[in-house]
Design a protein around this ligand. Structure first.
Ligand SMILES: [Zn+2]
Length: 72
């Protein structure tokens, strides 16, 4: 759970081996195993946003990217 205005100091991009801080939240779910109200969240740096979105779109998972922590 992410609380606006109180970012955890150790949050990082969810990409393995990427140590950058998050700029995006990738919201997605797998319709086969997740109910409609269940949303998974990955954190992504600016460089990996397209990687995550493309990965999930290839699997036909509902996906959306929103700015991490709201607008700055
Ligand atoms: Zn990254």
């Amino acid at each position: 759970m992410i609380i606006p205005g109180a970012p955890a100091p150790d949050v990082r991009c969810s990409r393995t081996s990427c140590g950058l801080g998050p700029e995006w939240e990738i919201h997605w779910r797998n319709p086969k195993i997740h109910t409609a109200d269940r949303v998974k969240v990955w954190l992504s740096c600016g460089d990996h946003r397209d990687y995550f979105v493309g990965y999930l779109e290839q699997r036909n998972f509902p996906v959306s990217a929103v700015a991490y922590g709201g607008e700055k």
